[in-house]
Write a protein that binds this ligand. Structure first.
Ligand SMILES: NC(=O)c1ccc[n+]([C@@H]2O[C@H](COP(=O)([O-])OP(=O)(O)OC[C@H]3O[C@@H](n4cnc5c(N)ncnc54)[C@H](O)[C@@H]3O)[C@@H](O)[C@H]2O)c1
Length: 425
């Protein structure tokens, strides 16, 4: 008989995971505290742009149970998979609040032989030191009555080539028998699994991957700034360097990083390293440098606007506010910081993003609430003093943008060939 699974947190990670299990006819319980998301789950309506209603309806059509709050029904499952957020606080320290609250509730209803799997990205030691400590409040004995594993989510939202099922699933578990059981579970939905010897190693794998990206992105952005001063086109350098068949991996500069992973995860390891008395100089420097890139981009934009537009009040259109192409996620998106910086400098700013038609209420930028995406028509394009290319969504009609814009400031190499009114930053 197929095992029963509870999935906690129906966001960018929990939803695709649940859909894959539902397609394999697993009996699921999905838990989501956001009432609007829960309502949409129940009627099979997508709230994640790159996942279709059709896929959401797999959950509705299967016998999936939906709950707003963890309750006694969770005891009926063989596996409980946690996919809740792991943000940082304003002082850049890890915020494990969601993991802690979720674990407290699970502990209330934990029963013998249940296996709890944490998928949220976090620092090494969270599973052993935080999750297990809270689950022990159930009175059950860890590794005898109940078990825990860590399996990081490596989802790349919107990536059509590497969808969840095609990405090897890392499984870390201190208990060999349970590790095999967890791998067998995931083998139902992914092509390959890869076993590491314990939870903390699996936690370290995830952070290593994201810190590798963060550090290389910082490096390529620094090279961009240096080469600009030397009158060298970074994009040409990258294209040429990438012809080397070994020892080089292509990273691209841009307006800054965003999303729920790369800007945040390094700070989880920084925190843990400092706890052990190590100062993680390289990781910290690169992460802070990356955080500064949207400010650098904003300053460059202001300089260009002042040099090229002789009006006191400049009016610009930002193209793309999602943190990367073809998705609707604006968490930590550099475009928001850039918009805010420009507004502070009295620039009138509008945006176009078909994936983010309306800006929701954001804690950091309450003044953006309910701003709407401006349609990308000829009439609209000619109204602006400049357009700023931030996120290179595939739907952008470059010929049209080029033809009708007065000035184009390109932070993403939208326009590969240098043309008169395009200024790359
Ligand atoms: N988004 C990505 O691309 C991605 C990729 C890899 C790893 N991750 C990691 O996966 C984790 C989840 O990320 P996400 O992007 O899916 O976040 P998300 O914010 O999209 O989704 C998390 C969901 O959990 C819900 N939630 C919080 N507490 C809950 C509770 N007690 N009960 C039920 N629901 C609860 C939230 O309402 C939210 O809908 C994070 O640790 C993140 O770093 C994310």
């Amino acid at each position: 008989m197929l095992k029963k699974i509870a999935i906690i947190g129906m966001g960018y990670v929990g939803v695709p995971l649940s859909i894959l299990f539902a397609k394999k006819k697993f009996q699921l319980q999905c838990y989501e505290i956001d009432k609007q998301k829960l309502k949409n789950l129940k009627i099979g309506k997508s709230y994640i742009n790159h996942i279709k209603d059709k896929d959401f309806s797999y959950l509705r059509k299967s016998k999936t149970e939906f709950y707003n709050k963890i309750n006694k029904n969770i005891s009926r499952n063989d596996f409980i998979i946690i996919c809740v957020p792991t943000p940082v606080k304003s002082n850049l320290k890890p915020d494990l609040g969601y993991i802690k609250t979720t674990s407290e509730l699970i502990a209330k209803y934990l029963v013998k032989n249940q296996i709890v799997i944490l998928e949220s990205s976090t620092y090494p030691g969270t599973t052993d030191e935080v999750l297990v400590k809270i689950l022990n409040k159930s009175g059950l004995i860890y590794n005898k009555d109940y078990f825990v594993a860590y399996s990081p989510e490596r989802e790349d939202p919107g990536n059509k080539k590497f969808t969840t099922s095609k990405i090897t699933k890392i499984v870390g578990c201190d208990n060999n028998k349970i590790s095999n059981i967890v791998q067998s579970l995931y083998k139902n939905i992914v092509k390959n699994t890869f076993k590491v010897s314990n939870n903390r190693t699996a936690e370290a794998v995830k952070l290593t991957e994201n810190i590798f990206r963060s550090t290389n992105i910082a490096l390529i952005n620094e090279l961009k700034i240096i080469f600009k001063k030397l009158d060298i086109n970074i994009w040409e350098v990258i294209e040429a360097a990438a012809t080397k068949p070994f020892g080089y991996m292509k990273f691209e500069p841009g307006p800054g990083l965003g999303g729920h992973c790369i800007p945040i995860d390094p700070f989880y390891l920084i925190h843990k390293a400092k706890e052990t008395g190590i100062n993680p100089n390289i990781i910290e420097l690169c992460s802070k440098f990356n955080n500064w890139i949207p400010d650098y981009t904003s300053k460059e934009i202001i300089k260009i606007l002042n040099r090229n537009i002789k009006k006191n009040t400049k009016k610009i259109l930002i193209l793309g506010i999602a943190y990367k192409k073809n998705i609707d996620d604006i968490r930590e998106a550099p475009a928001l910081k850039i918009m805010n910086n420009l507004i502070k400098k009295n620039v009138i700013v509008d945006y176009n993003d078909e994936y983010v038609k309306i800006i929701p209420n954001l804690r950091k930028y309450p003044n953006f609430k309910s701003r709407k995406s401006v349609p990308l028509t000829k009439k609209n394009l000619i109204r602006y003093d400049a357009v700023i290319c931030i996120t290179d969504h595939s739907y952008y009609d470059k010929n049209k943008i080029f033809k009708f814009s007065k000035l184009i400031i390109d932070a993403k190499n939208f326009f590969k060939n240098k043309k008169e009114k395009i200024i790359k930053i």
